[in-house]
Design a protein around this ligand. Sequence first.
Ligand code: ASP
Ligand code: MG
Length: 474
Amino acid sequence: MRTLVMKFGGTSVGMTTGLTQLLSIVMYEYERWDRLILVVSALEGVTDALLEAARLAQLANRRGYRRIVATLRTRHLALIEHLPLGVNERIALQADIDRLLFDMLDTCQALSDRPEKTSRQEAVDAIIGVGERLSARIVAALLRQNDLRSVAIDGTEILITDSIHGNATPNFALTRERINTLLSPMLERRIVPVVTGFIASTTAGKQTTLGRGGSDLTASVMAVCTDASEVWIWTDVDGLMSADPRDTDQARVVTQLSYSEAAELAYFGARLLHTRMIAPLQERRIPLRVRNIFKPQSIGTLVSDFVESVPALKAVTLINGLGMACAQTGGIGRLIATVDDAMFEVGGAHTDVIFSSQSSWQSFLAFVVPTSAGLDGLHSLELALDARAAQDEFLAKWAARPVTILTIVGTRVNELHTLIAEIIASLAGIRLLALSQSPSNCSFSLVIDTGDAEDALERVHQVIVVPQGGRSTR
Ligand code: ASP
Ligand code: MG
């Protein structure tokens, strides 16, 4: 029994051109696989708008969130207006869109009327998850219109998680049970389920979400729990790239990666994949392909358990953050705890410490300031840290600066002495604030001032990517 899970991102479902591609891909693959499961994201930009609506609801700004809901309604209705749908499908979809947005407006209303802490996070998750419910219904209707049997399935019905709202972790055993009862009978009848990405629920039925970009994780969970043969992520770029094409026009597709390399790439800032989606696939050895929906004939990137015969460097990423140096040692745990505490106060999220190092009299951390900290997040964080430093001698001497963590991803990095030396030499004139080789042996990171990042990326990329494919040397 061969099962394929295909996830379509926001750019694939956000426009008629993407949906037309989706349709022809699904029709083609339907003939080639025993079972097909689709996972969809919200239309591009919709989750951002919903997050803003949830924020405004918490500020009791009724006009603000109502305006957002009205815009979302117009956008979804305009999209289905342009799709080749029959009258019945169209009318049913319009009713679905209105009902879902109306319910969501109700949740916003409740949030702005009585924003008690306990129900708040749950309400936010219910608000921000509506984008996927809308897109799944649109996709399922489009497939039905083209004679494929298809049903939209809410992730809240089948994906069970813990109760960490906004960043929940799936429970595979319970999810598998739900899938066996709800999804398997459909799959046996050759129905194509269109599962909403990103959203899930606790055992008590409270709605959760899986973190930004969480539809990828939904796809992984679906694949593991249905013993799928492959997972394909359809997006609007050619695959995983040697660098972010926005940072360098020399970026090229990396055709093969091991699970560990892909996981490092996701963790260190390549925005294409959810950081937690790789591990479950790696454990079950389920291959993952990343493909361009607008170029289905090109192969994209294959992530599998293949092992590179020679050490090689494949990609370079940048991740912006804050570097914090403290004139103390021996207490990096304490420093992390203080930063985490301040970050939680400012952004309601925990700190992602990406880098730490220490010497006899200095500790250094580099971490990402989550978007939930807002536009002036950096400044607010500094104030929160100042307040803590004033009460704690240990923190008395600290300094923070914007930094960028540049990471080079590859295989058996610890054997690539010459290449690493070349990379460091290529950065002549750029101040290196810290260095580290990751314990996975799949990455090597440098911390630099953010002002130097673009230049540094260009130079490193030149060293690791030679005209034909990746470069390898000892
Ligand atoms: N729509 C959600 C987001 O924008 C989930 C996803 O796209 O994967 O984060
Ligand atoms: Mg994504």
